[in-house]
Design a protein around this ligand. Structure first.
Ligand SMILES: CC(C)(COP(=O)(O)OP(=O)(O)OC[C@H]1O[C@@H](n2cnc3c(N)ncnc32)[C@H](O)[C@@H]1OP(=O)(O)O)[C@@H](O)C(=O)NCCC(=O)NCCS
Length: 168
């Protein structure tokens, strides 16, 4: 089991990390039984994360110069808190480095970003079977039992956008 916390570095991802971000995103989707779900490519990650108006941010954890984990997040805003928050899209640690404090260090990096910038919340979704739930709860995350995620996408989204007889 990995152990030396001193050899662990957490840093913001740069455009040079897009291959790593893509590889880890596919690894996570595969772990979540959705191996074909990642529509991003290294090119779209470069465009959307590291251009003029970044749509996401990411932290990379490295041990001795080798990437061993990442956290990728987007931004949201709440009128309840009157502040931005972070939404964690992906967090992943390579299997051989698990239980060595890598993900805690990534989460600590995100918490520090929130403290520094006045962001009030970190949200995420987790599959009901995923043992990562124990990790989140260990860090103080709480399952919001009375809120259910809903999504509009694909044909349902296009259908709602189409003109209808109720428009006039
Ligand atoms: C979940 C995951 C990111 C945790 O990474 P990790 O580097 O092993 O976590 P850490 O070693 O930093 O653990 C931090 C704390 O959480 C605890 N923890 C870690 N995984 C846990 C689990 N599955 N169940 C309960 N507690 C857990 C650790 O014991 C540690 O507690 P401590 O600080 O009191 O010793 C990692 O297991 C992983 O990549 N899983 C596959 C991908 C995944 O499920 N991602 C989340 C998608 S929603």
């Amino acid at each position: 089991m990995p152990s030396d916390p001193a050899s662990l570095v957490v840093r913001p991802a740069t455009i040079d990390d897009v291959d790593t971000l893509h590889r880890f995103s596919v690894d996570l989707a595969t772990y979540e039984d959705e191996p074909d779900a990642v529509g991003s490519t290294p090119q779209t990650l470069a465009r959307d994360g590291f251009g003029e108006n970044p749509q996401f941010g990411a932290l990379i954890a490295e041990r001795e110069g080798k990437a061993v984990g990442f956290a990728l997040y987007t931004f949201n805003y709440s009128v309840w808190t009157a502040a931005r928050g972070l939404f964690i899209e992906d967090i992943w640690v390579v299997p051989e480095e698990r239980r060595g404090g890598v993900a805690r260090a990534l989460m600590q990096g995100l918490a520090r970003e929130c403290e520094a910038k006045g962001y009030k919340r970190i949200d995420l979704n987790v599959l009901d079977w995923n043992p990562a739930r124990g990790f989140y709860e260990r860090l103080g995350y709480r399952w919001i039992r009375n809120w259910l995620p809903y999504r509009l996408s694909g044909e349902a989204l296009a259908a709602l956008a189409r003109p209808s007889s109720k428009d006039s």
